[in-house]
Design a protein around this ligand. Sequence first.
Ligand code: NAD
Length: 278
Amino acid sequence: MSAAKIEGSGWLRDQVALITGGGSGLGLALVERFLGEGCRVGVLERSAEKVAALHERFGAQVVAVQGDVRSHEDNARAVAATLERFGSLDTLIGNAAIWDHASGLLDLSPEQLDHGFDELFAINVKGYLLGAKASAPALIASEGSMIFTLSNSSFYPGGGGPLYTASKHAAVGLIRELAYELAPKVRVNGVGPCGMASDLRGPTALGQEDKRIMDSRSPEAIASILPLQFFPEPADFTGPYVMLASRANNRVLSGVMINADAGLGIRGIRHVAGGLHL
Ligand code: NAD
């Protein structure tokens, strides 16, 4: 399937979004897409180089704050900087995460499991929780929405090891609980992408801080397991976020997870894709 050319719909005109991990991969594609849809964008990003690159490229359209999603203070600074620059907040996109390079239970020592769990869950789960906490007052005031990046690992095993898969399942529970607690003011939803080339790295506790996803996966291997049989780009996943963030197009979805995974759930047991026989 060839990449689609995306035209801005204007669905997010005059809205404001805060995106965690907006410095590369899916987060950066979301920054580009949301700007194209007329949104103004704040970013919380750990890498100082990526923050500098965002400022260089987007200027005053983006307010990028260097900080760590594991810190409440850093989340609060990012919310405050976004509010100060743009005056309100309509959408939080919790997106920053790390992977475990599919390290299995039997691959890891007890010490690696112990420290790897603490590091990975602190970013992938606590980071979402703290982002929600810091942005909730502004989102209640604007009657806005939260969107969290899930994964095929939120639903199926084998896309990560137990640390990553459990963390992405935990994010499902977080979405359901927050959607319940924050209704009727704030809609809370998730988008679960499948594999893509990005800067996604692993925990320092597993010695994977410089190891990127494509060091462990190939485009061919990813495409071959997807019924739609192509290797998606980060931009391919951005449409569901636009729809969920749009006030006009999403008045009714809350507590919903969109599986943006090129059909993984209908993979079946006989062939990779029945459509190949057409
Ligand atoms: P990425 O590494 O390119 O983007 C994540 C960004 O988050 C990076 O810029 C990184 O510097 C930042 N970050 C990491 N830890 C942080 C922290 N503690 N505080 C602040 N920022 C931090 O990777 P990506 O693939 O674009 O990941 C985005 C989301 O997509 C993640 O939630 C990931 O789980 C999910 N996802 C990715 C894939 C894939 O194949 N790449 C598949 C399914 C889901």
